[in-house]
Design a protein around this ligand. Structure first.
Ligand code: OAD
Length: 252
């Protein structure tokens, strides 16, 4: 409880709150995380299915993972955590969300300033002519994988694969937000993938405080002296939003 009140006060007095989100935020929408017992990487070896090298060698194989993600995203919708974050932005508490998620749910819930540092499944891009097309409604039979562009090139989601470099625009936009932040709220990320793995340390060097929402500990929890609010994103964010939008003298 003491931690929770401290977090409310930190957010309430913050001037530039930035959220860094990961797969855990969408778990309660029905999209599994990558790591952990029921994580996608227990069924899909990331090196084979989700790396540039694996895709180049066997794009049809990678497309089995991409199709599963496309179907999961099409069947799911933003949950209360996405909506609460959008509402915290509308109340001017939250300045930006840096997300590793590729489902577009923050924007669907109404968040405006969202930086998709790992790209998106919303679009497909031709590996030859670089033309982009929407993935909306695209369902391919497994014998038609990988899908091919009219130019003959292989299509790939605009989501980042391991071994691809982070596009500079979202990277520098994220860095700017992390340096401006006085409070960084880490939600539902294990924090093991570069460059997000570096962001808490950079934020700390710039004087920010870190709050984390996660039912488990992450690599940030202890070494970064993070204020860990242990729990699911929908539950903890719901309580935070309630406390922040209610004029409670007790919390001030
Ligand atoms: P991970 O699967 O590594 O971690 C998900 C985190 O969410 C874990 O720390 C869980 O404890 C936590 N979690 C689970 N359920 C939760 C809930 N209901 N509320 C809050 N937290 C919950 O996912 P990411 O950290 O996002 O990249 O993974 C980072 C990157 O690794 C992904 O973007 C993807 C992956 O490989 C690429 O594919 C390039």
């Amino acid at each position: 409880m003491k931690r929770f009140k401290l977090a409310v006060n930190l957010i309430r007095s913050s001037k530039h709150l930035v959220v860094v989100s990961g797969a855990g935020v969408s778990v309660e929408s029905g999209i599994p995380a990558f790591r952990g017992e029921s994580g996608l990487w227990t069924r899909f070896d990331p090196q084979k299915y989700a790396s540039l090298d694996g895709f180049t060698k066997n794009p049809g194989r990678s497309w089995h993972l991409f199709m599963e993600l496309l179907v999961l995203i099409a069947q799911a919708k933003p949950n209360a955590a996405h909506h609460d974050l959008a509402s915290l932005e509308r109340c001017r508490y939250l300045k930006a969300i840096i997300t590793q998620n590729i489902d577009g749910f923050h924007q669907l819930a109404g968040s405006q300033n969202v930086i998709e540092i790992h790209g998106t499944m919303r679009n497909l891009i031709c590996t030859e002519c670089k033309q982009r097309l929407s993935s909306r409604g695209m369902i391919f039979d497994s014998e038609d994988l990988p899908p091919i562009c009219p130019c003959g090139g292989i299509l790939k989601p605009e989501a980042l694969l391991f071994g691809e470099s982070i596009p500079s625009k979202p990277y520098f936009k994220s860095l700017k937000q992390i340096r401006l932040a006085d409070v960084v709220l880490l939600i539902g990320t294990s924090g093991v993938v570069h460059p997000v793995s570096e962001f808490p340390e950079i934020a700390l060097r710039h004087g920010a405080r870190l709050i984390e929402i996660n039912p488990e500990e992450s690599v940030f929890t202890r070494p970064c002296n993070t204020l860990h609010l242990k729990g699911k994103a929908t539950t903890v964010l719901g309580e935070l939003k309630k406390a922040l939008t209610t004029d409670s003298k007790e919390d001030q």
